[in-house]
Ligand binder design. Sequence first.
Ligand SMILES: [Cu+2]
Length: 453
Amino acid sequence: MLINRRQLIGAGAAGAALVSTQAWGKTTNKGLPEAAQMDTAATAITPRPSSGPDYNPVVTLNGWTLPHRMNNGVKEFHLVAEPVERELADGMIAHLWGYNGQSTGPTIEAIEGDRVRIFVTNRLPEHTSVHWHGMILPSGMDGVGGLSHPGIPSGKTYVYEFDLIKSGTFMYHPHADEMVQMAMGMMGMFVVHPKDPTFMPVDRDFLIMLNAFDIDPGTYVPRIMTMADFNLWTWNSRIFPDIDPLVVNKGDKVRVRVGNLTMTNHPIHMHGYDFKVTCTDGGWVPEAAQWPEVSIDIPVGAMRAYEFVAEHLGDWAIHCHKSHHTMNAMGHDVPTFIGVDKKPLTQKIRKFQPEYMPMGTAGMADMGTMEMPLPDNTVPMMTGWGPYGPIEMGGMFSVVKVRDGIDAEDYSDPGWYVNPPGEQAYEWTGKLPEFTSNTSSKTLLTPKLTSKV
Ligand SMILES: [Cu+2]
């Protein structure tokens, strides 16, 4: 593409303007803030602030919150866009692009009214930008490469700076070579806590970013051209059974904030409770406009936060209701064999491949228990085990664990729920009725009533 001298000068001037805002002039240039790095996918709990305004930090499942420093009243953060190695599940590594050592990127937390200054260093092999999804900010800070400012070249650092004029849940992601950079895992959440700590307070505040990858079994790098047929459906770049549970104390008021930067919608369903949607990425939902749900569809490029009071003890499934999204790496071109007698075919195939094993004649539940050799760096399709056997789920699935007597800052896994006597489904051991069945090989149609009968 040709670019004339005038455009070049314009682009340079826009870049310079980013660091010469009024507030910048008032604060000391302390140099770049330290770029914190995270090297594990463990959930990091941020303690409540000990100084400054009080807020209840969010808990990013299998994620963390980016530290900041104060510079004369401005909150300074340092994001580093870079290639990362992310453990999507214990023992399964993906080579992604992300921020500060992980994908998804760290959660950014601040308070309504804060002035934030976010340094973005680009260590990717191509240019990038950061768009602050849902934020109300000056046009030149909006992070659309080529529109708001020039793309941040490889090796360079840009500074974004704006006031947080409203509280809520927002997201950040590149708006530069977006298809590639988002398919590679570049995204994160940005939570702005209300200035007034008595506004919509909750005891536990969980954060989930819905994302998806297409990584062939035995490989490490996502296919970036995939449009819909992803094979790993993740929460915060993590798959069940290695997504941490949502641990909750009985009686807690709980909020779950769910953002969606995949290319399809996800109906998130939580068992055991009804709940109300209290916030979108557009803002808080007034109480009079909230209605009860047990599943909440999260549209593409949107955030929904819902709230409930944890009155019911137990282990409650929380998952995407699209059943293909609770599976790990699977082929979607496997034919359906339910009810098919595959014996003759199996015998023929075994002449050439003696270890061939037919699957799926009575459904696919076998897959949950089968110990099959898998390629390296591959997680079985349905892997989660519960106290009573295989859960036959992967992907976008976790468990809300509601217990008595959990300390306010304790999010450690309390183990499986023990059902009290009389509160668990059980086997009927009495006499069974005789089942009527059809032994004819012919299709039986409902007999027509004729005048002869
Ligand atoms: Cu889904």
